[in-house]
Design a protein around this ligand. Structure first.
Ligand SMILES: [Ca+2]
Length: 346
């Protein structure tokens, strides 16, 4: 994500549907010895913390704390999915299924898709430099279809979805129809299979504009307001204080995550928005964070783009992270894992 200047509040249309039930927040971490089943949904392309989040997730998988069921791409760039595949291959998991968005809409002045690609200054270079077999993003399976296939094969209320980009794929998942994988509509399938959604997005408690939620506004409104399971948000204010990545220079020069940072910012530190969502999804609060009281993160669809509003409300299913561990200490937890080697020597 990136930080953007606030925009004056203007008249807005409330879109509120699918009121959540009274179920509490599911425990984020699995029982001891049981890996958290994770689907990561990333807009890898523009910013580089997505690559850092993938490194962290693979390190957690190496420790037996996470099982990576699939990775979805929500950015539009033909090199995004190959870059994901290259990182998975580096970590010895070349067959993790990768899904790619269809129908990403950038807000701007209207809801028509302007056909704009998400720029990237590393995805193509990394894809060309590192081994993998997915040639271009549009050859990957459509993300909502892959979500359905994966979810249908998992036990009830067992899957944690982590989004660190746009919500295009989750909107399409909610809107999906019965198929060969499941007779359920999208919302019912999510309600049955998903334990919780951890969303890097929004700002808390003040609300407002935030990159991941504001651009594909229609998708954000649909996904956040109608999601049928608990959601925990890592707001922009959490990761922006944690700056890591420079220590990737301690890893091999052909490490694709190192190369992402190399091409992005010359292998210097960068904010860690996306890593925080992955870390919470797998490990829960620990002594890293506390959780807010329950409430509702209400997405508003405005003329130009969307913004979120936090409404405290007992019995609702949304919460947000509140910092607890000192920033430098938490940054070290994250970066130590980002620079860990793959399971097999490269
Ligand atoms: Ca991201």
């Amino acid at each position: 994500m990136k930080l953007l200047p606030p925009v004056n509040r203007i008249s807005r249309v409330l879109v509120l549907a699918g009121l959540a039930g009274l179920a509490g927040i599911a425990a984020a971490s699995a029982a001891a010895g049981e890996p958290v089943k994770v689907i990561l949904d990333t807009d890898i392309a523009e910013d580089v913390d997505d690559a850092g989040a993938m490194a962290l997730l693979h390190a957690l998988a190496n420790r037996g704390e996470a099982e990576i069921l699939g990775i979805m791409v929500s950015s539009r760039n033909e090199w995004s999915a190959p870059c994901v595949d290259a990182i998975n291959t580096w970590y010895g998991r070349p067959d993790i299924p990768v899904g790619y968005q269809r129908g990403l809409q950038f807000g701007y002045q209207n809801t028509k898709d302007p056909g704009r690609d998400t720029p990237s200054n590393y995805a193509e270079a990394v894809s060309k430099a590192c081994p993998h077999d997915l040639r271009k993003s549009s050859e990957a399976i459509e993300a909502a279809a892959l979500y359905r296939k994966i979810l249908a094969g998992q036990p009830d209320r067992s899957v944690t979805i982590v989004t660190v980009g746009f919500l295009t794929n989750l909107c399409n998942l909610l809107n999906s129809r019965p198929d060969n994988n499941s007779p359920l509509e999208g919302e019912a399938l999510v309600r049955q299979k998903v334990k919780q959604w951890v969303c890097m997005g929004g700002r808390f408690p003040q609300g407002g504009d935030e990159y991941n939620l504001m651009w594909d506004t229609i998708s954000s409104v649909r996904a956040v307001n109608d999601w049928p399971t608990p959601i925990v948000f890592s707001g922009g204010e959490i990761g922006e204080k944690i700056k890591v990545g420079a220590r990737l220079h301690e890893t091999p020069e052909n490490n694709p995550v190192r190369l992402c940072y190399q091409h992005y910012n010359g292998l210097t530190n960068r904010e860690s928005w996306d890593q925080t969502a992955v870390l919470y999804a797998v490990r829960g609060e620990r002594d890293y964070w506390t959780l807010s009281e329950p409430g509702l993160c209400l997405m508003h669809h405005r003329v130009i783009h969307g913004h979120s509003e936090w409404i405290p409300a007992a019995g609702r299913q949304h919460r947000f992270l509140i910092p607890k561990m000192p920033t430098a200490e938490l940054g070290k937890v994250i970066e130590d894992m980002m620079i860990e080697p793959p399971r097999t020597a490269k």
